[in-house]
Write a protein that binds this ligand. Structure first.
Ligand code: 5AD
Ligand code: FES
Length: 370
């Protein structure tokens, strides 16, 4: 096996090289990886950092994901669901702040009906205009997805969290009409859903958490290969952050004992960002809130320097922010939309980049629609 100094950063690198980069701990070697990813970012998506205004429309969720602080397990959470006018006010705010995209995100909330969301998409497109609409509403029915696409939604985010069916099944128990996942399946169910989203004409985004109990380095290699295979438009990676009110926070798996457990650190996330950029050069890659949460001073900047080109300022009204606690101590819980905006603008400029204009689509989405 070659040493770090010779190891390739070629996008065609082998699984063994991916694994070696993921486990690399030498700071000088890692600078070379980040510099290669930064050069790939510059050559494909350029210097612009696109802002996606995030609206957390409901913290109500019918699912039982064992890592998530707002799952149906957590009886202590006070639930909310934003109204139509509140959501449209946030979208107008996005427009005023110059954003090209709004992201409507929520738990899997059955009372966010297909028609309710479709009506909001139409109103954003018709009455506000100039905004791409991204949805991140969980695993919804084919009918809902078709309705939302027809109403004008442009993109859909659905992280598959882990491409290892055994790990995926363990953290996604059956709930609310979703049958148990087969741990022996060839691929995790959300990968099929992402293909379906692409077929329906959505630009699809996905991603994973790193450092899930039981997750190994080989799992991360397989996650990277899955991004590549899907030729996905957006890739979000963040560290898993245990939430004390969730079952997974109290669950330990044998991977740790075998020295294979991936650490849930910013460092692991940054390596994944860089490798994702090298393998899928024209994807949009956010500097995620989970990275910013574990490193409030430099997390976003470091991600932007390791291949990221998107940030997602939070537009959720302050009274709801703290209730969308998917993990503890989440960044930006007490900041207003304007504060997040100026904070992010300063961070983007501090790393020598500029704020993007327009919708900020991944170059490949033009290829696909062409
Ligand atoms: N730690 C880190 N990320 C989390 N997410 C959910 N729960 C956690 C957690 N405890 C991420 C998942 C989900 C996204 C919206 O937030 O990847 O897809
Ligand atoms: Fe919200 Fe910095 S981005 S405070």
């Amino acid at each position: 096996m070659s040493g770090a100094a010779e190891r390739t950063v070629d996008p065609r690198m082998a699984d063994a090289d991916l694994r070696a980069w993921l486990t690399e701990m030498d700071a000088v070697a890692l600078e070379r990886l980040y510099a290669a990813a930064d050069a790939a970012r510059s050559a494909t998506v350029g210097p612009e950092v696109h802002l996606r205004g995030l609206i957390e429309v409901s913290n109500t969720c019918a699912r039982a994901c064992s890592y998530c602080g707002i799952s149906v397990h957590n009886k202590a959470v006070q639930r909310y669901r934003m109204g139509r006018e509140e959501i449209l006010d946030c979208a107008r705010r996005a427009k005023d702040l110059g954003y090209g995209t709004v992201v409507m995100q929520a738990g899997e909330d059955p009372l966010l009906s297909g028609e309710f969301i479709a009506g909001i998409i139409r109103a954003i497109k018709r009455d506000i205009g100039g905004l791409a609409v991204t949805l991140s509403l969980g695993e919804r029915s084919e009918d809902d997805l078709r309705l939302w696409r027809a109403a004008g939604a442009d993109r859909y985010l659905l992280r598959f969290e882990s491409s290892n069916p055994r790990l995926y099944a363990r953290i996604h128990p059956a709930a609310h009409g979703h049958p148990p996942v087969d741990p022996g399946a060839a691929e995790v169910p959300r990968v099929g859903m992402l293909r379906r989203l692409q077929e329906l004409g959505f630009q699809a985004g996905t991603g994973v958490m790193v450092g899930i109990p039981g997750q190994t380095w080989d799992d991360l290699v397989s996650d990277l290969r899955t991004f590549q295979r899907l030729d996905i438009e957006m890739i979000g990676v963040g560290p898993y952050i245990p939430h004390p009110a969730t079952p997974l926070a109290h669950d330990f798996d044998g991977a740790a004992e075998h020295g294979q457990q991936v650490p849930n650190t910013v460092l692991t996330a940054l390596k994944m960002v860089a490798l994702a950029r090298l393998l899928v050069p024209d994807a949009n890659i956010p500097a995620t809130t989970a990275v910013a949460t574990l490193d409030k001073n430099n997390g976003r900047e470091d991600a932007l320097k390791a291949g990221a080109n998107v940030v997602m300022p939070n537009l959720t009204p302050i009274k709801y922010r703290a209730l969308y606690e998917i993990y503890p101590d989440k960044a930006c819980v007490n900041e207003t939309a304007e504060q997040c905006h100026s904070c992010l603008a300063a961070r983007i400029h501090s790393v020598g980049r500029c704020i993007g204009t327009g919708f900020g689509e991944a170059p490949k989405s033009h290829r696909r629609s062409a």
